[in-house]
Design a protein around this ligand. Structure first.
Ligand SMILES: Cc1cc2nc3c(=O)[nH]c(=O)nc-3n(C[C@H](O)[C@H](O)[C@H](O)COP(=O)(O)OP(=O)(O)OC[C@H]3O[C@@H](n4cnc5c(N)ncnc54)[C@H](O)[C@@H]3O)c2cc1C
Length: 669
């Protein structure tokens, strides 16, 4: 592998030269219409549900609390093994890692990675027979929480390797030979997952990297962008498009690629607003021969491999978020008790007290969601893809709010860097860094907007499967008639179930004590959500998929209801530990109920607002205004400040070569 030696804009476009394969994307060239993009996403979707799903039923108005209560727990052996590892990991992070150095030098020192390897932390979820620790998702999540609370950049290294890098897809889709070849290696070294390209972000249909069959190999060409760990990895998973030809069904496929193969160049190490230590780059593949046996899963199944990997892989980011929430609670508690202004600790002024309460209650919910989803994944009795997606979406949004509030309660010290604070003799609290480090979670592994669409697709699936043909422009009259009959039968059975439920019975969920009222609320809200979805589907039919404002709120309601359910079940388990506690450390006892109660009250205010917003909003006006803005109708508004297309305070001339300057001009117009 060659290291960065040439500017990307000076390089020949190898993809273009590779046998004219650059236009293998559907529709040719880089233009992919919306319908094709949706089709590609739909084909990658796992449509089968073999196991029950709490999340799916929640969107259908059916609160299946029995699927998550009593709170599942690891068995004794898993707990012993996992807890013992967590103790060693905690000790290592506390004594051997200097997070300030990682931030200052924007590098993770080699001896830290070596230390993690020796602890087994690079192979946490790899089975023991392949040299890993064989931990479950629950302990993996808790381990990420420890690492994330030490250094989010280190957390990103570990999770990009184990949640989406080589081991997980190989574990799920690899042949026996592939597992034997790569899992032991993955337990010892860092790997990466390379899907994104300069022109391919949320929309994989545009993927341009190609893997052209050639004898016993594929010839790989293309450029991959934002490759977390890609700069240092030995093995990577690469998504590339195989052209259709005789004997090859073609399509986007997943390959394990050895980074020592000739033809691979890491051209640039990217730098970001946060996660300064991550080794993230631009990687170019030029006529790289990848042995045919390195194909993971069948040809054309690459996106399915990626999405299935993410079913549990998505739980890594909630672990980082829960870590940040717990850490922020400690900082907020100490600071707002100590800092006195206007005659009282700032934490006693209502405006700040509300922020402290929000941070603490939300941190509890983040941990509850993480542990519950992880343990459900380990039990393999539920399909957790919706829960994991809801956890990723909700946790990444809420953790950013927590970090922002933490900066606020720390006042000027929240905005000052830890290094500067320490240099003038104060405690170096990196609140601003946490805000920067967390921000990416709303963008990668499925941005918030894409998670809304992905979860909404599952939430409306019942309607689409019975009535989809009614609104499908390609369906025949006979298909539509059949669908209408099917839909009539389904809705005749389903709609009456949404009218009343246990949420209206005063004594329901009585064993939850003061939390029972919140579960009754969840049950009522779940039915209301399902009714709202039905009304929306009937009203907008095929147009519903474009109502992103509506769909986003609908999914956010589902996420809050999942958080409330997880919190109630967790608090019940924390307050009544029968045998092993669910979490680690101090047993919270009845104070868990108190925290859960306040969390649920806060969440209900948000849910009520979201329900209101379903039908009272400015979505249509916003859409019209955005079109006008894009059209340039408000160019006058941009006057009075420096022209953003010119070098200026935010775009320094020195940072730009002629090519980029032209790009900026072209972009801004
Ligand atoms: C630090 C960092 C690490 C990364 N690590 C990796 C990695 O290891 N491997 C890898 O393959 N990739 C990685 N990525 C890429 C990351 O996954 C993408 O940035 C992400 O998928 C979004 O793609 P994009 O940035 O091109 O945004 P775009 O897809 O261009 O989207 C721009 C905006 O439009 C929104 N949007 C897009 N489509 C729609 C739609 N249909 N409806 C509504 N809104 C929409 C998006 O949510 C976003 O807000 C990383 C990125 C960063 C910054």
């Amino acid at each position: 592998m060659k290291q960065p030696d040439q500017r990307p804009d000076q390089r020949p476009d190898h993809a273009a030269r590779a046998g004219g394969q650059r236009d293998q994307a559907p529709q040719g060239g880089t233009h992919v219409d919306e319908r094709t993009a949706r089709k590609v996403a739909e084909e990658a979707r796992e449509s089968e549900w073999r196991l029950p799903s709490f999340g799916k039923r929640l969107f259908l108005g059916d609160l299946r609390l029995d699927l998550i209560h009593p709170h599942p727990r690891p068995d004794a052996e898993a707990r012993r093994k996992g807890d013992e590892f967590l103790a060693r990991l905690r000790e290592f992070c506390a004594t051997q890692v200097d997070p300030a150095q990682i931030e200052r030098q924007a590098r993770i020192p080699d001896d830290v990675v070596k230390g993690l390897r020796e602890l087994g932390a690079l192979g946490m979820k790899i089975p023991e027979r392949y040299g890993g620790l064989g931990l479950g998702q629950y302990h993996y999540g808790r381990a990420l929480m420890v690492i994330g609370s030490c250094s989010p950049a280190l957390g990103a290294l570990v999770s990009a390797h184990q949640s989406i890098g080589v081991p997980q897809p190989v574990k799920l889709f690899g042949t026996a030979a592939q597992k034997a070849a790569w899992l032991p290696a993955s337990a010892r070294s860092v790997t990466a997952f390379l899907l994104t390209e300069p022109d391919v972000g949320s929309d994989p249909a545009r993927l341009r990297s190609t893997a052209v069959p050639d004898g016993d190999a594929y010839v790989l060409n293309g450029v991959k962008l934002w490759t977390t760990n890609g700069v240092v990895a030995d093995l990577v998973v690469v998504m590339a498009r195989v052209p259709k030809s005789e004997g090859h069904r073609g399509g986007i496929s997943a390959f394990v690629v050895d980074m020592r193969s000739p033809g691979i160049t890491v051209e640039h190490r990217n730098a970001f607003m946060g996660l300064r230590g991550i080794e993230n780059g631009v990687t170019r593949f030029h006529d790289v021969r990848v042995p045919a046996e390195n194909l993971v899963g069948p040809e054309g199944a690459g996106l399915k491999v990626a999405l299935t990997t993410l079913n549990t892989g998505r739980l890594s980011l909630p672990a980082m978020c829960a870590a940040a929430g717990k850490w922020a609670t400690g900082i907020a508690r100490a600071w707002t008790a100590e800092r006195v202004q206007w005659g009282r600790p700032v934490g006693e002024h209502e405006a700040i007290a509300k922020k402290v309460a929000f941070i603490a209650a939300t941190a509890y919910a983040l941990e509850a969601m993480l542990d519950l989803s992880g343990q459900l994944a380990d039990d393999e009795r539920n399909d957790i893809r919706i829960e994991a997606a809801l956890a990723k979406l909700w946790a990444s949004e809420m953790a950013c709010r927590i970090a922002d509030e933490l900066v606020q309660v720390r006042g000027g010290r929240g905005y000052e860097t830890a290094e500067s604070l320490a240099a003038r003799g104060e405690r170096g609290v990196p609140a601003e860094q946490v805000l920067r480090d967390l921000r990416i979670n709303r963008i990668f592994e499925g941005s918030t907007e894409i998670m809304h669409l992905l979860i909404a697709r599952e939430a409306v699936d019942a309607h689409l499967s019975v009535a989809g043909d009614i609104i499908d422009p390609d369906a025949t009259a006979a298909d539509k008639a059949r669908a209408a009959a099917r839909a009539g039968g389904f809705y005749a059975r389903w709609l009456p179930t949404l009218v009343t439920g246990s949420g209206q019975r005063p004594g329901a969920y009585g064993q939850f004590g003061p939390l029972a009222r919140h579960l009754r609320y969840v049950e009522r809200a779940s039915r209301k959500l399902a009714r709202s979805t039905f009304y929306a589907a009937a009203r907008w039919q095929g147009g519903l998929e474009r109502r992103q404002g509506f769909l986003g709120r609908m999914v956010d309601i589902g996420a809050e209801l999942y958080a409330m359910s997880a919190v109630c079940v967790r608090a019940h388990a924390d307050a009544h530990p029968e045998g092993d506690p669910v979490g680690e450390g101090t047993e919270p006892g009845p104070s868990a109920i108190r925290l859960a109660d306040v969390f649920c009250r806060q969440a209900r205010v948000r849910v009520d607002g979201l329900f209101d917003g379903l039908w009272h909003n400015t979505d249509a006006e916003d859409g019209r205004l955005a079109r006008e803005v894009l059209n340039g109708d408000f160019r006058w508004l941009e006057e009075g400040v420096l022209d953003p297309s010119l070098p200026g305070p935010w775009i320094a001339a020195a940072d730009f070569g002629p090519t980029e300057r032209d790009d900026v001009h072209r972009f801004i117009g």
